[in-house]
Structures are given as C-alpha cells and as structure tokens.
Design a protein around this ligand. Structure first.
Ligand SMILES: *Cc1c(COP(=O)(O)O)cnc(C)c1O
Length: 427
C-alpha cells in the first residue's frame, strides 16, 4: 500500500482482508487474547514473538488504523493514542526524560504549550521556545548538550503560522536529534512532513482525520530513518538494555524502522495506558476513508471565506496562508501546494464587542471549542479559551481581543459567506 497515492491509501490502506474475512475493519472488542500454553504467552512478554495479549498495549483494530496512518505519512510504524495530547506527550517522553531539554517552536497549540512549559517542566524536562520565523543562527543557539528533540506544528493552531520544516529538520539533525512535527491541521493529504525531513509525526486525530466530531484520539508515526545508535549516548532509553523488558535494546533488536514505536508501545503505553478504544479507532477509520475528499472541500471553503473577509471593510486583518498577502504564503506554496486547511483567523474592527456581536448573529457557524469538523464553528479566544487574560495580557500573547477563529466546514461556501456577510452587517 505504501506506494499508492494518499487517496487510495485513505480508502484501502492498513487492512487487507483474506478470503471470507470482513470487508470493513472489524472492531475487536476484547480486552484480552487467548493462548494455548504459557510458553506461547511468555514469548510475547519477552517481545520474542509479535501478537496480542492485552488491549492496553495493542489491539488489532487500532493497529489496522495505525498502519493506514503510517502509510499515509510515509512512515515505517505508527500507534494510536487516546488523544492528541497523549500523542505529543508520549512522542517526546519516549526520547526525553528528567534532566533533558527540548527546543520547540513558540507557535503551537495552547494545550501542547502547557504540556511542555508546565507539566513536563515538573518532570524535569526543560523547553526553549523559539519563534518559527527565527534565523538559523538563533535556532542553532537554542540547543544544549542535553537537547533531545525539536518540536513544531506544520500549521499552528490557532496562530496559523507555517513551519519551515526543512529549516527545523536541518538544525535538529546538525545537533544529532530528531524533529517531531505535529501535522494535525494539514493532515498527510496536505503535507507529509517526513518528505521534508521530519523524523516523528504526531496527530490529534480528533480534528480532520475524524472530521465529524465523534471521537477524541491521537497518533504517532515514525519515519524509521533516525539513526539512534549513531547518537547512542543521547538516547539511552533506545540504545541500552531495558531492564523492564528483560534487557532488550530496542534500537538493536527492532532497528531504525521499529525501535521508536516498539519502545513507545511496550514501555510507555504499558505504563501510562493512554490507549485508544477499538470503537474509536473504527470511527477514526471511517473519517480517514473520506479524508482526501473532505480536505479538498475544507480548503476550498477556507480559501473562499478568507478572500471574502480580506475584502470586507469591517475586517481589520485575516490570517490564512492561502492569501497571497499572508506572511506565510511562500512557505505554504512550498509545503502545502494543495491547500492548507479550513481554519481562518480574523480580526474585526471594533475589538471584543464587535466579535461578540458578530458571532451572536451567525446562523450556520456555531460557537464551539472545536476545529476541523464537518460543521462550521467559531470561537473568540478573548471571551472563551483566553477569557482570564486582561486586555494587556491578550496583546502580549499576540491574541487581539477581536480575533475570531473560524473553522470552515463542508457546507456550501456561498451560504457560509452569506451567513458571515449578514452577521457582519449587524456589527
Ligand atoms: C487539538 C490539538 C491537539 C490536542 O489534541 P486532543 O485530541 O484535543 O488531545 C494537539 N495539537 C494540535 C495542533 C491540535 O489542534
């Protein structure tokens, strides 16, 4: 399947039924799996044989769907997690532990910013945030001898900045560490970060991959390229024996293709248990089957709405990399030639009261804490997610009080624009 185009992998990747087997991925709703002898089971626990024994670690339904996502991203192995938050945490904690350091783009999802700057700091992992637009020398200067990974988002939520993946990959590799890229917003239909040098790709599958607002989930994909053994002193977790797994050395036993995901499953999923349910994985797969068709429409609607807003006199500014006037347009042309996503951020003249009045008048677009859904939704960070901040704090965080983040769904673009137009008239 890896050699097929994304459209074909979306529909058929990950699962190939044998004679007389279900055409659709079966939901294996079972916590455990039966074996004839204790010796058979023992081999699984020693990672001497592969197979299922307990759904906290692995389940066939989840593995079929993970295999589809691995093929879509062009990776060698993947795993599902209970959420996007769990995916980013496990991906980074798999290589960084107490006393280590991470370099991250400052333009990232608020939940991930909190995970890195507060929760992982409590675990003794330090983070240096850099502007996604920083010069290569500035990026280089952020590294320390104990740096273990570089992190960024292809298209950041909600700032909608575009990551220069090649610039970040070059810096990471010059310092002997992998680049981890959260590819939630473009999905592999819009961009495959591995093609540009990323080593690990993460997803909140809750967003476009699911696309219908039905199941929270996440995924981690390994490009299978990073040479852990060449930097063995930096990655003892992968390159020295794991005493909690009978002395297995992951990088030796599973090679570049399998070490990262095997360790992340056998060790971190075993211990943290943030697994995705087979039922959720089934829903996720239904979303993936139409991802390529839906992304095209989300991008088309996002572009049309951004262009309309850009020309409207009551709109102060529009952030959307598909607009030629956007500072990220050039990067978008390189990394996102087929379109970016359906999320558009814009500022209304008249600040917070104008944003509130505008949103209150919308008929199709609902006010929700969500993005990347089939149904158009919007949010004013100043009165919702960032409500506790003062006007001054909002300004410092780069979030104007009148900012509206609108996630364009799959409705008619003419009717979405008409809805926005009538709401703007009321402001
Ligand atoms: C939503 C989101 C997350 C967190 O994902 P959950 O599934 O909500 O845990 C992480 N990264 C990005 C870019 C997101 O948009």
């Amino acid at each position: 399947m890896e050699n097929y185009r994304p459209e074909t992998i979306c529909v058929q990747g990950g699962y190939t039924p044998g004679n007389g087997e279900p055409r659709q991925i079966p939901i294996v709703q079972s916590t455990t799996f039966k074996y004839a002898t204790s010796a058979d089971m023992g081999k699984l626990f020693d990672l001497e044989a592969s197979g299922y024994f307990y759904s906290r670690l692995q389940n066939p339904t989840c593995d079929y769907v993970a295999a589809k996502i691995a093929a879509l991203e062009g990776g060698t192995a993947a795993m599902l997690t209970s959420s996007g938050q769990a995916a980013n945490f496990l991906a980074l904690f798999n290589i960084a532990s107490c006393g280590d350091h991470i370099v991250s783009s400052a333009s990232i999802y608020g939940g991930t910013f909190n995970l890195l700057s507060v929760t992982m700091a409590k675990m003794g992992i330090e983070v240096t945030f850099v502007s996604p637009d920083c010069a290569p020398q500035e990026l280089d200067a952020a590294f320390r001898p104990n740096t273990k990974a570089v992190f960024g988002e292809t298209i950041a939520n909600p700032a909608l900045t575009v990551l220069d993946i090649e610039k970040f990959a070059a810096a990471a590799h010059a310092h002997g560490v992998p680049l981890v890229v959260d590819n939630t917003f473009p999905t592999p239909v819009g961009c495959r970060p591995i093609q540009w040098g990323a080593d690990i790709v993460t997803h909140s599958t809750t967003k476009y991959m699911d696309g219908h607002g039905v199941a929270v989930g996440g995924a981690i994909v390994d490009a299978g390229r990073f040479d852990w053994m060449a930097h063995a002193h930096k990655f003892p977790g992968l390159c020295t024996p794991d005493e909690s797994y009978h002395g297995i050395t992951y990088a030796e036993k599973f090679g570049r293709e399998g070490a990262f995901i095997t360790k992340c499953t056998a060790q971190l999923m075993r211990d943290f248990g943030c697994t995705q349910s087979p039922q959720s994985a089934f829903y996720l797969n239904l979303g993936l089957e139409s991802l390529h068709v839906r992304m095209q429409r989300h991008c088309e609607n996002g572009q049309a709405v951004a262009e309309f807003l850009h020309s409207h006199p009551k709109v102060e500014a529009v952030h959307y990399c598909g607009l030629p006037s956007d500072p990220y347009h050039a990067l978008a042309e390189k990394y996102l030639p087929n379109g970016s996503c359906g999320v558009v951020s814009f500022e209304l003249k008249g600040g917070r009261p104008a944003a509130e009045a505008f949103m209150g008048r919308l008929r199709l677009a609902a006010i929700e804490t969500h993005v990347a859904d089939a149904r158009t939704c919007c949010l004013n960070p100043a009165t919702s997610t960032h409500r506790q901040m003062t006007e001054q704090q909002l300004a410092e965080a780069g979030i104007p009080a009148g900012l509206v983040r609108m996630s364009c769904g799959l409705e008619s673009k003419e009717e979405l624009i008409a809805d926005i137009q009538q709401a703007l008239e009321a402001v």
